[in-house]
Every structure is written in structure tokens, then in C-alpha cells.
Ligand binder design. Structure first.
Ligand code: 6GU
Length: 269
């Protein structure tokens, strides 16, 4: 996969040299190219922003440097990239979108600073490319560079051969096609006792069925506390008898429409 990032802070993308993404690059599984937007700003101060039409606070990124930068990046490759525009007003970045983007051969990211990019840039490339305006959550960051790091990590770990084994993402929380979206439960490693704290006996029982059940029960325990919305939105057909027993213990049961909701006071974690 090829990834281009156009930014006024190329150094902000240094983490892409490290860890999982850095190794995928070194192995040739990812071709990452970082570009400085100011290379396409031609006045004395390499200006990339200006005051907003209609007034208001902040500055807006000018269209001309983005147009030249994107034309140049697009012309440097074969075919048409998918353009990913990070913005707090975009569609939510989800695991499903990460999977979809991981299947594209070429992504171009356009992290903005200030109040965003002149709208005409998004319109112009929307006529020629698949353009995705994407937000990483309901909070406001000072720029799109950190969201690019987040998205690239989520996408890169899904590429064939990047993670150790293909099984690794089957059980990811939010993995599409999972019976139900559940958060992953707790994990343990050696030593078997640490500061007087042991580990759950079932994990050393060697009984794979019981271990799988325990893990699923713990996933329910965590999900009802941290993300009850995930259970509320799940098709109840996804819950088997043991799931229903666990949900009942946690104070959850089917409502009039069959969907699960809290039916008893909150149970402590
Ligand atoms: Cl993609 N950009 C900015 N600036 N803030 C955000 C965001 C993106 N996603 C959530 N907050």
C-alpha cells in the first residue's frame, strides 16, 4: 500500500518511522511519503492560510497550495488514490472504515491546521477521487496530524503480513462479523503471583471451552460498564443461552422489542 501525507508539520509524522508502521515500511509492505505543503506556497513567507470570508475567528487554509500539492502527488503515481481528509466534522473513523481503507492500494491524507481547508479543494477533488472526510472522535484537536497517525496505525496493522499472524485481528473489539461487538476482557501473563495477586484459575485449567466462556463473560462484564450502547444495539439473536445468563447476572435483560437493556441496578465492575 502507498500512503502520502501532505502537511505543514512533516516532523509531526516522525512516529511513522517507529514500531509496527516503521517495520512495515522497512519490509516494503508500506510506501509512506510525507510532503511539506509549504513546498507549494510560493510567496516570500510560504503562506498557506488567510482570513475567512464572512469573518469569524481563526484562519482558513488557502486552496492554491493544496491544489498544486495534490495535483503533484496524484501525478506521481498510477491510478487514482483515495483522499482521506481529517476533520472533526467528518464521518466517524471506525474499525469498519479502517478495514475498507486497508483494502485500497493508495491513500492520500490531508491533515489541516487552523479552521480547515477552503471548501473548494474538497469539491474539486471530490469530482475526480473517492474523498472521505473523517473524524476520529467527538473532541477537537488543533490539527489533523495526530488523527493521521491514529488512522495509519489502525489501517497498517490490517495489511496482510504486517501483524504476526492473521488470527490476531479476528477477535479485535469491533472486528466486523463478530457475533456481537464486545470489548475485550482482561489479560494476564507471568508471574502467576504478583504483589499478592493471583490470576483466574480457569486460565491455567487447560480447558479451552471453559477459557473461551470465561473470556466472553469478562467481555460482557466490561462492555456493560464501559460501552452499554454496544450491547443495546446488538441483534439479540447474537446472544446464546450462556450469554443471556451472564447478561442477567449483570442486571441486563430483553426489553419489549427483544433488544437488551439494563433491567436491574448497576453491578460493580
Ligand atoms: Cl480528524 N481533526 C481535528 N482537528 N480534530 C479532530 C479530528 C480530526 N477528529 C476528532 N477531532
Amino acid at each position: 500500500m502507498r500512503l502520502d501525507v501532505v502537511t505543514i508539520f512533516p516532523e509531526y509524522l516522525e512516529p511513522l518511522n517507529v514500531s509496527l508502521v516503521g517495520k512495515a515500511r522497512a519490509r516494503g509492505q508500506l510506501d509512506v511519503r510525507i510532503h511539506d505543503l509549504r513546498d507549494w506556497a510560493h510567496d516570500k513567507h510560504n503562506t498557506v492560510d488567510d482570513t475567512p470570508y464572512g469573518g469569524g475567528p481563526g484562519m482558513v487554509m488557502k486552496p492554491e497550495p493544496w491544489g498544486e500539492a495534490l495535483d503533484s502527488v496524484i501525478a506521481s503515481g498510477e491510478g487514482r488514490p483515495t483522499l482521506v481528509v481529517p476533520t472533526p466534522s467528518g464521518k466517524p473513523f471506525t474499525q469498519q472504515l479502517a478495514v475498507e481503507l486497508s483494502e485500497k492500494p493508495w491513500l492520500v491524507f490531508t491533515p489541516a491546521r487552523y479552521e480547515g481547508i477552503d471548501r473548494r479543494v474538497i469539491e474539486e477533488y471530490g469530482d475526480r477521487l473517492d474523498v472521505r472526510e473523517v473524524s476520529i472522535g467527538d473532541y477537537v484537536l488543533a490539527g489533523g496530524e495526530a488523527p493521521v497517525l491514529v488512522m495509519v496505525e489502525a489501517i497498517a496493522r490490517l495489511l496482510p503480513g504486517v501483524l504476526g499472524n492473521a488470527e490476531s485481528h479476528r477477535d479485535d473489539s469491533f472486528a466486523p462479523g463478530a457475533m456481537a461487538d464486545l470489548l475485550e476482557g482482561p489479560v494476564y501473563t507471568k508471574p502467576p503471583e504478583w504483589r499478592g495477586r493471583g490470576i483466574p484459575d480457569v486460565l491455567v485449567s487447560g480447558h479451552h471451552g471453559k477459557i473461551a466462556r470465561w473470556r466472553r463473560d469478562e467481555a460482557f462484564r466490561r462492555t456493560v460498564v464501559n460501552r452499554p450502547d454496544l450491547i443495546e444495539r446488538t441483534d439479540p439473536a447474537a446472544f446464546d443461552k450462556k450469554d443471556r445468563e451472564m447478561l442477567s447476572i449483570l442486571g441486563w435483560g430483553p426489553g419489549p422489542d427483544g433488544r437488551f437493556g439494563r433491567v436491574a441496578p448497576d453491578v460493580e465492575e
